[in-house]
Each structure stands twice: as structure tokens, then as C-alpha cells.
Design a protein around this ligand. Structure first.
Ligand SMILES: [Zn+2]
Length: 321
């Protein structure tokens, strides 16, 4: 069977081509009609030529409807909408195949473009790193999609305070709407002093750094309490930090945790947890998905991901938009 699929032809240039899907579905696979696939900042590494070799397909934040099931699949039914962890980057397609064991079912009533399992799985792994405890003071720096989802999940966690930090007032408003108890704009306030005041001198039990700016790592260290405060590096960083405040780390006996996928030890289980939180309404993507593109608009989609027009938070490709 034929499918239309987006390929990165050379850095900066994508094209949609017809390609042949495998003729025979493996016994443990699903054939999906792709309903949505999220645009992920990490794939700018491919788009900008830092990872992989063109031509290559992209897309790992897929949501699809089951069209056909391999003979041994019993956990789903045709017509179920699923999300999951991909075996290959090929979500920017009309159809794709995926191992059934890597998928989780989306509850009816959740729009496919709001059911992106893979980035939410990453947020669950980040929360493992933050390891919130009752009464903690928590800080999330960077109220982009990942930061907001972290806020959504932490909001019900009986923290003493959940403090969102961002230079963008609109993003701070969203963070407050989804459960941040305090918001701080470092452009107008001394963040460390503001946190000292909010926490009455205790400082943060954990700080999640989500800006991707290495300079902010040292700010995060200054926000931590003394004695095993957790600095959680959620972002991917493009270059080494010019300096790391090791003195500040030693003074506080700080822990730095890097909960990227390998930290999880069981990514499939983190996906299962993420989809359960999505299905029960803890993760809410409707206010976060800001831009939608058809498969034919894939070039525009990646340019928007790269340039971030005003109001851009999270883009998705909906093949049949
Ligand atoms: Zn992603």
C-alpha cells in the first residue's frame, strides 16, 4: 500500500513523497492512519543538519487510528485511537506501522491533536527527576509546552508553592491558569529574592530548568534550598555551559538530575502513566497546541517551529487538515 510521507531532502528542506509501506503487517504490529503528529524542538537538530543524514523521514509524536492489526494483537480493536513510542521517525505520514506493545489507547472525547503521548512521556520522566514530596516548594523555569505540562501534573501534588518563571507574560498567565501558585518574570523582578520571599527563606526543594539556556542553570542553583535540593535539567542544550556555579552547588549540597529518556529505565511504563494522566484530564493540550498544519504544509510547519511566530507554543501536523 502507498502512503504519502514527508522527507527531509537536505537540511532546511522537506518534501512530501509517495512511498510503499511494508506489504505484510508483522503479527505484533498495527497499521495506523496518522491523525496527528507533534512538531518537536528536538527535530530541529535534523532540520538544521546536526543529526542524521538526508534524505530521512521525521515525526515521533504520533497519534493514529488503527486500520489493521497483526494476527497476535489482542490488546486493541480496529478503530481505536492510540499514541505511542515510535520504532522509526515516520509520523509525518498518512499511514505508518508501529509495534502494538509500544502503544496506549486514547480515551474517546480527546481530540487526536491533543493526545501526543511521546512528549508527555518525557514530562513523566522529568517528574521522576523532580520527585516532589508533600509540602515541597517547586519551581519551573520556562513555561513552554513542557514547562506547562509539568505545572499541570504538579498542580495536584500538594506542594507548598508551585512557582513558574518566564520572561513572557502570556506564558506566565497560562502557567497560573493551569495551577502555578506564583509567577515570576525575571525581566522585572529579582527571581532569587522573590523565591526567598515566597518560601520564607526556605528556598526551592526542586527547580525544573526548561529554557534550554545554559546561563539559567546557575540561576537554578541559587534558587535551591541547602541540603539535597534537586536541580532538574529538562531541556536539551546545544552547547556546554560557559561556567557552572560549583561553589553554589557545594554550599547547598545540590543534586543535579538529568531526566532525559534514558533516566526513565522503562519508557513504555512512563508512556502508560502519561496516557493515563492524559485520559483522566490532568494533562490538557487544548490551550497549548497553538498551530496546526496539513502534511502538505510540512515545510511551513518546520519553519514555524524554527522561527516561532508570535503566539507559537506547540505545532502539530494533521495530515488531512
Ligand atoms: Zn518529542
Amino acid at each position: 500500500m502507498l502512503t504519502r510521507r514527508a522527507y527531509l531532502i537536505e537540511p532546511g528542506k522537506l518534501e512530501v513523497k509517495e512511498t510503499e509501506l511494508k506489504l505484510q503487517l508483522q503479527h505484533d504490529e498495527l497499521l495506523l492512519e496518522v491523525l496527528a503528529c507533534g512538531l518537536c524542538t528536538w527535530e530541529l537538530n535534523h532540520f538544521q543538519g546536526r543529526i542524521g543524514e538526508a534524505p530521512m523521514s521525521l515525526g515521533h509524536e504520533f497519534v493514529g487510528k488503527i486500520i489493521e492489526m497483526g494476527s497476535s494483537v489482542s490488546s486493541f480493536e480496529p478503530g481505536d485511537v492510540v499514541t505511542g513510542l515510535p520504532g522509526a521517525l515516520d509520523g509525518f505520514s498518512e499511514y505508518m506501522t508501529v509495534a502494538a506493545k509500544n502503544c496506549e489507547k486514547i480515551a474517546p472525547g480527546i481530540k487526536p491533536e491533543h493526545a501526543l503521548g511521546e512528549p508527555l512521556k518525557c514530562v513523566v520522566t522529568v517528574l521522576r527527576g523532580a520527585a516532589p514530596e508533600a509540602g515541597d516548594y517547586g519551581v519551573v523555569i520556562g513555561a513552554g509546552p513542557m514547562g506547562i505540562w509539568a505545572v499541570q501534573a504538579l498542580a495536584g501534588n500538594s506542594l507548598s508553592a508551585l512557582i513558574a518563571v518566564d520572561v513572557d507574560e502570556e506564558k506566565l498567565k497560562l502557567a497560573a491558569q493551569y495551577g502555578a501558585t506564583h509567577t515570576i518574570n525575571p525581566a522585572t523582578v529579582d527571581t532569587v529574592e522573590a523565591i526567598r520571599e515566597i518560601t520564607r527563606g526556605h528556598m526551592a526543594d526542586f527547580v525544573i530548568e526548561g529554557t534550554g539556556n545554559t546561563k539559567v542553570i546557575n540561576d537554578g542553583i541559587k534558587m535551591l534550598k541547602a541540603g539535597r535540593g534537586r536541580l532538574v535539567l529538562m531541556s536539551s542544550y546545544k552547547s556546554a555551559a560557559e561556567s557552572l556555579d560549583v561553589v553554589g552547588m557545594v554550599e547547598r549540597s545540590a543534586e543535579i538530575r538529568v531526566p532525559h529518556p534514558g533516566y526513565s529505565l522503562n519508557e513504555q511504563d512512563d508512556l502508560r502513566r502519561a496516557v493515563q494522566l492524559l485520559n483522566k484530564g490532568v494533562f490538557r493540550l487544548e490551550g497549548i497546541v497553538s498551530h496546526k498544519f496539513s502534511l502538505d504544509q510540512i515545510q511551513l510547519a518546520f519553519e514555524s517551529l524554527e522561527k516561532r511566530p508570535a503566539g507559537y507554543l506547540k505545532g502539530v501536523v494533521i495530515p488531512k487538515l
